[in-house]
Design a protein around this ligand. Structure first.
Ligand code: GLC
Length: 466
């Protein structure tokens, strides 16, 4: 077996391994639903969202969407009949931005300044009353009501001093006061919950909200009666009530059922948060490039790739990005010469070598990218399979579609990603069930979803204020 084949097979996921992951995830759902308290890390987090929009609501609501690489603040005008108009202001936060690892206040002031910018740019009037804002927080949070929750360990390169355990709404409200901006936070949501609500606004059959971008995660509606962790609050809900649950599936998994190969282990050992989010590290957009780089370095060492020369682009951790994987894979239909020329332009070799990449290098790198990304697709498929199985009622009516709203760059931009995920689902469920599965892009999930939930719960907040 060639060195490349050996590496490719270490990224392969067999049916047995797929099954072990689906079973492992299902066990973690049960365990998470039964665990009352979040201690540092939490999964199966109740969102307290039990209402879904009808599509007829009107008015302007704000949403703030903070993720791994971008802050987006939106003014969402609900026009009724499922229609929305979105105005937004976006700012990126590079991985090395000191805001990520500094004090809490400057980070929240920066977010609130962006909200202020949006209000001014789009002449939104807050003179008579404050606008309601939904915050889509793409990090784990231990939620205690629709608008209250304590911040848990953040991940995605964020390590703000003293942030863990702080109340998220309070931090925003204090920043709004410091900056004299008339906005109130009426909902805190995880981005996956937002995706599901936003998608349900268009298609009420949506039963899973999935994110597959820089990070990964999923939300689905669970029967309140099964949510042991809500203990005393059960009396507040009707017997058949359902609540959206943020699974934080990104944190799931351990050696017990995740087939970690040597590159996964190396990536994890080099990471600033080792042993955290092992599943996410195997498959999400933040890590695909690094896995390829680590595997490629091994092939360079063996002189199988680039004739033993390490390109400058491979010298630093995370220097090879998922967008480059996607770029390489998307060119497979181009003429060889064109692909080779482009490939050579991606890598620089130290003088005096000036190594010229060959066709074998191109093929090797493309195949590596394909194996790593295809394993990512299968791992996403395993999560979706487990979420479908968790909702028994989806199997009741063989004519009903199983609608999944998905948001994120890895799903939306990576060549053939939806097909690869569907193939893994088809291998698992067979054609009959797979024909019912709709993987639909939920483009503006976190923004529109955040605004919709802010709208749905705006009045509850007013009552609270009394
Ligand atoms: C990370 C976060 C999670 C979020 C996901 C997708 O896994 O921990 O809260 O939903 O990324 O953005």
């Amino acid at each position: 077996m060639s060195s490349l084949d050996a590496i490719k097979s270490s990224f392969n996921l067999t049916k047995d391994q797929f099954q072990a992951i689906v079973n492992g995830f299902k066990q973690e759902y049960e365990q998470g639903l039964n665990t009352a308290e979040a201690k540092g890390l939490a999964t199966m987090i109740p969102s307290y969202v039990t209402r879904l929009p009808t599509g007829q609501e009107k008015g302007t609501f704000l949403a703030l969407d903070i993720g791994g690489s971008t802050l987006r603040v939106c003014a969402v005008e609900l026009l009724g009949q499922g229609q929305v108009k979105v105005n937004e202001v976006k700012r990126s936060i590079p991985m090395t931005d000191p805001l990520r690892t500094g004090e809490i206040e400057p980070f929240f002031d920066w977010m609130v300044d962006t909200v202020d910018l949006l209000l001014k740019e789009y002449h939104l009037d807050t003179t008579t009353s404050s606008l309601s804002m939904g915050v889509s927080w793409s990090f784990p949070i231990d939620q205690t009501s629709v608008s209250d929750g304590k911040i848990l360990r953040m991940g995605k390169g964020f390590d703000l001093k003293g942030i863990e355990g702080q109340d998220l709404k309070t931090l925003f409200m204090e920043a709004f006061q410091r900056k004299n901006v008339k906005v109130k936070v009426t909902a805190l949501i995880n981005d996956t919950v937002g995706v599901l609500v936003a998608h349900a606004y268009n298609d009420p059959k949506a039963r899973i909200g999935f994110i597959y971008g820089t990070g990964t995660n999923a939300a689905y509606p669970e029967k309140v009666s099964k949510m042991v962790k809500l203990n005393k609050d059960h009396s507040l809900y009707q017997d058949d009530a359902e609540m959206l649950v943020n699974t934080e599936i990104d944190i799931f998994g351990s050696d017990a059922y995740l087939p970690l190969n040597r590159f996964d282990r190396l990536l994890d050992a080099n990471h600033n948060q080792p042993e955290f989010q092992l599943y996410e590290k195997m498959m999400s957009g933040a890590y695909l490039g690094e896995l390829v780089r680590l595997a490629a370095l091994e092939l360079v060492k063996e002189k199988y790739l680039f004739d033993g020369h390490i390109p400058l682009e491979f010298k630093d951790m995370y220097s090879f990005e998922s967008s480059q994987l996607s770029d390489l894979e998307s060119r497979s239909a181009d003429a060889l010469e064109v692909r080779l020329q482009h490939f050579a332009s991606m890598f620089t070799f130290d003088t005096p070598i000036h190594y010229q990449p060959t066709e074998k290098d191109l093929t090797t790198m493309t195949e590596l990218c394909r194996s790593v990304a295809t394993r990512g697709a299968k791992l996403a498929g395993a999560a979706l399979a487990s979420l479908i199985e968790q909702q028994y009622d989806l199997f009741q009516d063989p004519k009903e579609p199983i609608v999944i709203g998905i948001n994120g760059s890895t799903f939306e931009l990576y060549p053939q990603m939806p097909d690869r995920i569907l193939t893994s689902l088809s291998d698992w469920f067979g054609p009959e069930i797979t024909d019912r599965i709709r993987l639909e892009v939920a483009r503006d999930g976190a923004g529109i979803g955040g605004a919709l939930i802010a709208m749905l719960y705006a009045h509850d907040e007013e009552d609270d204020d009394l």
